[in-house]
Design a protein around this ligand. Structure first.
Ligand SMILES: Cc1cc2nc3c(=O)[nH]c(=O)nc-3n(C[C@H](O)[C@H](O)[C@H](O)COP(=O)(O)OP(=O)(O)OC[C@H]3O[C@@H](n4cnc5c(N)ncnc54)[C@H](O)[C@@H]3O)c2cc1C
Length: 425
């Protein structure tokens, strides 16, 4: 078994980019070379705004190159719950954004000819308990009544039309979500940034930010510095002490993924009949999809803090996969990897500009493959003063999460709570 992700093992050919040396100047300095930072750079370069991206490791090294590649509409919580929390109008705007974000990605992939196995066949949210299917049916009604958005509910007895599994009690299907090879999308976005004149430095961790005057910011790395008019921090769950407020507004949660050996094509067509993204309604959810080279990619939750823990977790995850898909009981696991997912306290993404001028977008909670490109586009518009002031995700008045360091530990405790909840709900 390898610790390398399937995505890294099958990445398109890409350049190794230089690290920053000496003093540079640009309009906007962007910290973080994942989907968000690169999308900000891409959309600014389209307007001829000169950007420099600083990436501590390499392009797509963070969650953007490690995720499940499920490009989903919606948010962690159902739209009906968000409408109750934020009001009908705000929820409607949020829903529209979640639809738009998949279109934005599809357009970039087409325009820039990014080879990333993008298939827009929808997502199925599978019901772990009979009661969960009742909730999914209510959500289907809500989506139609509020947004005229048509989705499909599959009853347990018809699940064979979608997957070869008797594990679930039905599913709720949308046709707008997609899957892609996340790292290849990220690498393609980086190429496009450079094509339009942006610069990306790898192995260039931003270590210090200084504000010598109101209209000037300087970011220092080990061997160089960048002077700019604007700054954006897009490090999501890989946040460090670089910006204390941003760090204290994100809770990183680890997620683990495995990929099997290549499977017969005919078996793949039975396992997930319509080649959709899939995830289930458990609190400690499974998410899974097929890769373009016919592997099952199967993810779940878990913290791989020690090597022994990691081994146990992946064995457990593989067991979960074969419970869902008994046909995979003899399938070899060839890749295992993990990464950090960023959550905000509201479990929705945040975007905005702080009093010190720093632009930010983070906290996609497992929906960042979709939403990060759109929020990057909106940040770019904000920087050139073309943004929409009524963005429902704007949290420019960002507050730290109280007792932040305890929150990460709290999440460990929550995991056991969720396990019990999954069992009894
Ligand atoms: C295992 C896993 C599975 C997931 N599955 C899905 C999924 O199927 N669908 C979905 O929608 N979302 C999923 N997600 C979430 C999704 O991947 C993220 O929301 C998204 O990639 C966030 O992109 P980003 O650019 O904001 O952050 P990242 O991609 O994490 O990029 C942040 C970058 O900042 C860099 N950095 C940090 N500090 C500094 C510094 N000081 N200087 C310079 N660079 C720095 C890091 O090296 C990193 O490359 C998953 C995440 C994980 C980890």
């Amino acid at each position: 078994m390898s610790d390398l992700s399937l995505w890294h093992a099958t990445a398109n050919k890409h350049p190794k980019r230089p690290s920053l040396e000496g003093e540079k100047t640009c309009d906007v300095v962007i910290i973080g070379g994942g989907f968000t930072g690169l999308s900000v750079a891409y959309h600014l370069q389209q307007r001829n705004v000169k950007t420099i991206v600083l990436e501590a490791q390499s392009v797509g090294w963070g969650a953007s190159g490690r995720n499940g590649g499920e490009v989903l509409i919606g948010y962690v919580e159902p739209m009906s719950a968000l409408a109750k929390k934020y009001g009908r109008e705000t929820a409607k705007q949020m829903f529209q954004m979640s639809m738009d974000c998949v279109d934005v990605i599809a357009n970039i992939i087409e325009k820039e000819n990014i080879q990333c196995d993008f298939f827009r066949n929808g997502n199925m949210l599978t019901a772990y308990k009979p009661s969960h299917l009742d909730s999914l049916k209510k959500e289907q009604e809500f989506l139609y009544d509020e947004y005229h958005f048509e989705t499909k509910v599959i009853e347990k007895e018809d699940m064979h039309t979608e997957m070869e599994s008797t594990y679930y009690h039905g599913a709720h299907i949308d046709d707008k979500s997609a899957i892609f090879h996340p790292l290849n999308y990220c690498l393609g976005l980086a190429d496009a940034v450079e094509k339009y004149g942006g610069t990306i430095y790898e192995n260039s961790e931003a270590m210090k930010i200084e504000h010598p005057s109101k209209d000037e910011v300087v970011v220092k790395t080990r061997n160089g510095s960048v002077k700019a008019k604007h700054i954006g921090i897009f490090v999501n769950a890989y946040t460090t002490d670089l910006h204390k407020l941003i760090k204290r507004a994100i809770v990183p949660v680890e997620s683990i993924v495995l990929a099997t050996e290549r499977l017969p094509e005919e078996l793949c067509k039975r396992l997930i009949v319509n080649n959709r993204a899939a995830c289930d309604t458990k609190n400690l959810l499974y998410y899974y999809r097929l890769s373009a080279d016919h592997r099952m990619v199967f993810g779940g939750s878990g913290r791989t803090t020690s090597k022994r823990d990691a081994k146990r977790l992946f064995i457990h995850l593989q067991k979960g996969m074969t419970e869902v898909f008994p046909a995979l009981k003899d399938a070899k696991v060839e890749y295992t990897w993990s990464g950090k997912v960023g959550f905000t306290i509201e479990k929705i993404p945040y975007i905005g500009q702080l009093d010190d001028g720093t632009h930010f977008a983070f906290g996609y909670a497992g929906h960042g493959a979709a939403m990060s490109t759109l929020l990057g586009k909106i940040v770019a518009a904000n920087i050139v003063n073309e943004g929409d002031k009524n963005n429902p995700l704007d949290r420019s008045n960002l507050k730290p999460i109280p007792f932040h360091s305890h929150n990460a530990k709290g999440l460990g405790i929550m995991k056991y709570y969720f396990k019990i909840k999954d069992y009894i709900s």
